[in-house]
Design a protein around this ligand. Sequence first.
Ligand code: DC
Length: 655
Amino acid sequence: MSADYLDLPQLLRARGTIQLPGSKSISNRVLLLAALADGATELYDLLVSDDTRRMLDALDRLGVRVEQFGETDFRVHGVGGRFPVSQADLFLGNAGTAFRPLTAVLALAGGEYRLSGVSRMHERPIGDLVDGLRQIGGRVRHLARDGYPPLAISPPEATRANRVRLRGDVSSQFISGLLIALPLRGVETTIEVLGDLISRPYVEITLATMARFGVTVVRDGWRAFSVPAGSVYRSPGTVHVEGDASSASYFLALGAIGGGPLRVTGVGSDSIQGDVRFADALQQMGARVSRGADWIESRSPADVREEGVRLHGIDLDCNHIPDAAMTLASAALFADGPTMLRNIASWRVKETDRLAAMARELRKLGALVDEGADFLRIVPPPGGLSPAAIDTYDDHRMAMSFSLAALGTPLRINDPQVVAKTFPDFFARLAELGDPVPVIAIDGSSASGKGTIAARVARALGWHYLDSGSLYRLTALAAWRAGASLDDEGRMAEIAAGLDAEFNGELIRLSGEDVSDAIRSEEISTAASRVAALPAVRTALLFRQRAFRRRPGLVADGRDMGSVVFPDAALKVFLTASLEVRALRRHKQLMGKGIAASIENLLLDLSARDERDSQRSVAPMQQGRDAELLDTTNLTIDTAVAQVLDWVKTAPKIG
Ligand code: DC
């Protein structure tokens, strides 16, 4: 199922334990090495996600037999360096960890292959790797733009060349891909790295996994790597894949900001992944971190304050943790000063231009951001984070790193399904670890007393209050003032989405003007009930309502608070009262404001609105099965408030 957005409630705190999914980098490397090896290899705890699916699909097309014997366990029957299929067309999506090494391996494998991906993959450079392969006889052609996929590969030319000179400052995956492929040549071959090598820890992962499959690379620091003559991959029998250290970063940051303790298992001090050093950076920001061989745990700094934790801003060269550094960018929102992330130019050639995307989205939350060619400087918003709808740019790490902001504000994540690239159940796991700001939903018919009761309950608890009906009333008033037709659904939704409304206690302003009384007139009440029946208006107002859910809690009244807007409310109450009593109450209210009204007309109006509110196609007013029924016909406000507060005491999700 794919949804267009996911609304995250603000989280009060986060703690617990999470078993990490397998590492993407290790999973795709071991799959390819196991395929190239002599003999069968059993892989345990492999990552099952879009990116590893791409590699599995490709291996299948190349004739490699792979069996799945557990949810995350696979048996790969190695082909001893010769793929059974020598002509294939491979589609690799946006999986860089599949595309780069397969390009190198297939260029030396001796067949006719075609490699393509999604359009973003075709914007990610690969020219340096292709040049490198050509230096040792590889015949690789760019099918569209020079330097970029898609590619066509033919069997290599015979050559005695045994040296590849390769730039190290665009993507370390070029070096990793070549290293993995070189044993196919049989002769000693050396890669000479030109310039600085970025993202070195990923090359370390490559060297470590190759060693596990019996190939030892001889190296001269970071300048040259030689694969000896006669190197062949041999199955080690079984391989256990470590948890993903980049995925760990989101949860470690969550614990550091949200109190903790939050423990990730599957990576720890024994890890071969460079991104485990993300925990050091968090420590520099003031988080308390502890580690074991295969776990890491984070907690907030000792001096936790009620209104959210403050980490310290840092100035860091992120070359050693390029992926996890994105998590630092969103953790920087919770710092007490600016954070400077340096040496992150490689972000520009990832799933999206991450430097630009990060800067744009951080600003939506209120941060001041300086975007340089290869750095990002983030000044956290002084007044706390603002609710925002975050775009994810088809980039899993955008979605996951921004979800941290939920510790500071309600948040909308657009296209949340992008996490499937590396972490399909990310949001479900997040929900298990974070405690959302509690909501009390009070729904019911017009003049049932819900507004008064809800506001009093909010005051008694010291919580925020949302009068959701006022948003429909404001929409109706704004439409009336604009001379727009209430039947024009598109226009009504536009007006609802663009409401310039301000709430301050009892006072409600529309474009700066006090309209607290104007929205309560009978005409506007009727018009509000009509616009409220338009699905597009309800959709347009959804996130605006959810944005009221700020710490320490929210009491919200309306018709669909418990059913649609806050289905996870800690307490749901449904208020009713007889039609006669409600008409009398409304009459008294209007007279008090000096507005003339007749009881007969009010009876008619109220029953017409009840009818419309409960019969409409979307979010009709009705008592949910999980809601407490409170009939206020014979109750004073005080008794009704006392009853709700009594229920609050026993609600399990509050406190
Ligand atoms: O609660 P109220 O009378 O101020 O609501 C005004 C109108 O808005 C009412 O006719 C029902 C509609 N409404 C709604 O459909 N959903 C809500 N959550 C709140 C109000």
